[in-house]
Design a protein around this ligand. Structure first.
Ligand code: GDP
Length: 330
């Protein structure tokens, strides 16, 4: 097992009172940091090692460094922003430099505040990977609603509740997925590495096992870029990619191997606009695309960013939701 000094470093950043120290305590499972309700109470930098079950360990750092003064500085305008950056630099620069991943913590109940936007811009310039942690999402039912506006910051995002324990395993997995590989041994199934809960098979093991032969379906309007994405995954020009809508007529199964795992990628025919789904051939192609998603483990709904979200995309989202298809929108 590698020494703690060589473990990847994850740094928690965010304005006061978003729940950084609560999160820190939950993840390292101790009560070394003192949580408080009064914003702006500065704390020393805290460090601890997180050993998620089934994943590599990492060092977690809570800088606690962004103070109420810097928060006020942001509210004061451009001069304040410079003040804010100086404050951040002074208190968190060292942790930032050493970080392999920056976890920017925000308060899902407060929503997106100017401070968060300034911090996001600052972290973006650090060119370190950033994971946005939307905290105080105290249950799955509010997850989408409370996270929605934070997507605009453009970081990978996960919602959780440090205080109530919601999705903390998901957070650990997300963090590990964004960290560089280390020589840290991954505990075998059944071997205890101090997990949050102890319910047998770990998410990491489950996820790895599930990844064998996963069926991934690419769905979207014609010309959204499904075949190009499939080719990018495969690293070859296997499919005929054309700017002419509807070049790929039928669903095609493609085998893909990544890091020793096998996947089946299903490139569907594009789903056309409703007004055009009139003739029998087109209806067939629409139906077969939708049908492909029901057999898939995960469906990727591809959107054309240059055209934005169209009515047809919304209809597809609705359909996937109605059918409870596991899906990702990209
Ligand atoms: P920090 O300043 O970012 O380190 O924030 P703290 O961890 O000190 O938390 C600030 C306040 O938010 C405390 O009263 C916590 O109990 C509360 N808090 C932290 N996490 C959550 C959460 O997930 N849900 C709710 N409802 N409150 C939380």
């Amino acid at each position: 097992m590698s020494s703690e000094a060589s473990l990847p470093k994850v740094v928690l950043l965010g304005r006061p009172n978003v729940g950084k120290s609560t999160l820190f305590n939950r993840l390292i499972r101790s009560n070394r940091a003192i949580t408080h309700d009064m914003p702006g109470v500065t704390r020393d930098r805290m460090e601890g090692v997180v050993r998620p079950r089934g994943e590599g360990a990492f060092t977690l750092v809570d800088t606690g460094g962004i103070t109420l003064d810097s928060h006020c500085a942001v509210a004061e305008g451009p001069r304040g922003i410079r003040g804010f950056e100086a404050e951040i630099l002074r208190q968190a620069e060292e942790a930032l430099q050493e970080a392999d991943l920056l976890c920017m913590v925000v308060d899902g109940r407060d929503g997106l505040l100017p401070f968060d936007e300034h911090l996001a811009a600052y972290l973006r310039r650090s060119s370190k990977p950033v994971l946005l942690v939307v905290n105080k999402v105290d249950g799955a039912e509010k997850e989408d609603l409370l996270s929605a506006e934070f997507h605009g910051l453009g970081f990978p995002l996960i919602a959780c509740s440090a205080e109530h324990g919601f999705n903390l395993r998901g957070l650990e997995e997300e963090i590990c997925g964004l960290l560089p590989e280390t020589e840290e041994e991954v505990p075998e199934e059944g071997e205890d590495a101090g997990s949050l809960e102890d319910d047998g098979e770990t998410p990491g093991v489950r996820r790895r096992r599930a990844a064998e032969n996963l069926r991934l379906c690419l769905l979207g309007r014609p010309n959204a870029g499904k075949s190009s994405l499939a080719n990018a995954f495969l690293g070859k020009e296997r499919m005929i990619v054309s700017g002419e809508a509807g070049t790929t007529r039928d669903s095609v199964d493609l085998s893909l191997e990544r890091k020793g795992r096998r996947y089946t990628l299903v490139d569907t025919a594009g789903v056309r606009r409703r007004a055009r789904v009139t003739d029998a051939v087109e209806r067939f192609s629409v139906n077969s695309s939708i049908k492909s998603t029901t057999k898939a483990d995960v469906t990727f709904l591809l959107l054309d960013a240059s055209e934005g979200l169209t009515a047809q995309d919304k209809r597809l989202v609705e359909l996937l939701d109605e059918r409870k298809t596991p899906s990702l929108s990209r």
